[in-house]
Design a protein around this ligand. Structure first.
Ligand code: ZN
Length: 191
């Protein structure tokens, strides 16, 4: 394999960016990068790119690393479904491409399959240098994609009026009810 690229970034540079952003080299980010590359290639020019990922692990970071879509700008949506799949779409036309992993194709790639199934007997993490070779060799063979149309844009563009919570005095969006979420019993902290 000579000089592979992920979304146009030379593999070595990609790995440095992964370490900087994600903290360590992970097979999921690499696979995610290949999925994003496929999705964007199939989608073509997309001035108003949004991405939905269907798992909270790895894929959100791959999207933020490789596209302008982030959690904070609202163009990345994260569903906690535990599915290694994503959809890239244009938020104006709602047309997109969904990409997921081809489980049957994994039969030819034991390291990837073990990683995906989390099934290796001693639950050791795969050695990145080894599994990344399989991922780069397999590349788009591992992927399935289909055009999709979104039922609705997933970015919440409505601006909800805010007010002060009668209990804690902090500002919150009024659609949560008569008190802020924390004062309604959902606080994750205690003073
Ligand atoms: Zn409150």
């Amino acid at each position: 394999m000579t000089d592979p690229k992920i979304c146009g970034i030379p593999f070595k540079d990609f790995l440095i960016r992964v370490e900087e952003f994600h903290g360590y080299r992970s097979p999921g980010i690499l696979l995610g990068g290949i999925m994003i590359e496929e999705a964007l290639e199939q989608l073509g020019s997309t001035p108003y790119l949004n991405v939905v990922v269907e798992t909270i692990v790895c894929l959100p970071d791959a999207v933020q690393l490789l596209t302008p879509c982030t959690i904070g700008n609202g163009f990345l949506q994260i569903l906690d479904w535990g599915k290694f799949a994503l959809t890239a779409y244009d938020r104006e036309t709602l047309s997109g491409v969904r990409v997921w992993l081809n489980f049957e194709a994994m039969a030819d790639y034991p390291l990837i399959r073990n990683w995906f199934e989390r099934s290796n007997a001693n639950r050791q993490k795969p050695v990145f240098e080894e599994i990344s070779k399989e991922i780069l060799a397999a590349a788009s063979n591992l992927l399935v994609y289909r055009p999709v149309h979104l039922q609705r844009a997933l970015k919440n563009s409505q601006r909800m009026p805010t007010g002060l919570c009668p209990k804690c005095g902090e500002s919150y969006p009024l659609d949560h009810g008569p008190a802020c979420p924390a004062c309604q019993g959902n606080a994750y902290y205690a003073y």
